[in-house]
Design a protein around this ligand. Structure first.
Ligand code: 13P
Length: 251
């Protein structure tokens, strides 16, 4: 089944407003005419407004890197789904391994963010992935299943239609060590099969599963050629206009 490719740049905690502006201008230019794929950017909160305004007439959408489940209140350091929507955000990354590992976000908290985003009509990009120790201990599939079941608890079929999954093996993030196309395809096929058991085959067939972890201009084409890889979630290479432009123009 052919799914519309989705190429996402996660800028993490990088870019001043001026740098974000310059990068957005370049990405806006090289995304012109790309009407057979979706391109999205996740700048830091402080640059969302600027990037959204630079890209308002382009096909590139602006997304957020995190979201709270409440619309307002005493949640110091968090960001409300309504605030994000007001800034022009349509989707949000949830459950990134950096949130899980550095900020100790567990299944329950991630699930709250998922349900909160959906309640306010923000589309989640839900990240999962195993560590090196888990892969070496043959626990990859068990971990992916736990993360999927934990994070997606309580999501309806309708919610799933709005959700994108990102498989990001932790050992491949920022390390220059990409999963081989076979390793990535195997994990994606496993995730899709599990989704068809948890929901239904139609949902599993239409949901987009992105690969993330050292995606670069020189490996994007072979990754995107895999039958269950529908896109890429790019960190480091998304901060370089030339590299990201090559990635979104994958062949
Ligand atoms: P890198 O592309 O830098 O490995 O980062 C991947 C990632 O974490 C995207 O969310």
């Amino acid at each position: 089944m052919k799914r519309r490719p989705l190429l996402a740049g996660n800028w993490k905690m990088h870019t001043t407003v001026a740098e974000a502006h310059a990068l957005a201008v370049e990405i806006g230019k090289c995304s012109e005419g790309l009407d057979d794929r979706d391109v999205i950017l996740a700048p830091p909160f402080t640059s969302i407004h600027e990037v959204a305004s630079v890209l308002k007439d382009s096909c590139v959408e602006v997304v957020a890197q995190n979201v709270c489940w409440e619309e307002q209140g005493a949640f110091t350091g968090e960001i409300s789904p309504l605030m994000l929507k007001e800034a022009g955000v349509t989707s949000v990354i949830i459950g990134h391994s950096e949130r899980r590992q550095i900020f100790s976000e567990d299944h329950e908290l991630i699930n709250k963010r998922m349900l909160g985003a959906l309640k306010y009509d923000l589309k989640p990009i839900f990240c999962i992935g195993e560590t090196l120790a888990e892969r070496e201990g043959s626990k990859t599939f068990t971990v992916l299943e736990e993360q999927l079941k934990g994070g997606l608890a309580g999501l309806s079929l309708r919610d799933m239609q709005k959700t994108v999954i990102a498989y990001e093996p932790v050992w491949a993030i920022g390390t220059g060590k990409t999963a081989t196309k076979e390793q990535a395809q195997e994990a994606h096929a496993f995730i899709r099969k599990l989704l068809s058991e948890m929901y239904e085959k139609d949902i599993a067939d239409t949901i987009r599963i992105l690969y993330g972890g050292s995606v670069k201009p020189d490996n994007v084409d072979e990754l995107m050629a895999q039958s269950d890889i529908d896109g890429a979630l790019v960190g480091g290479a998304a901060l370089d206009a030339e590299s990201f432009c090559r990635i979104i123009n994958f062949i």
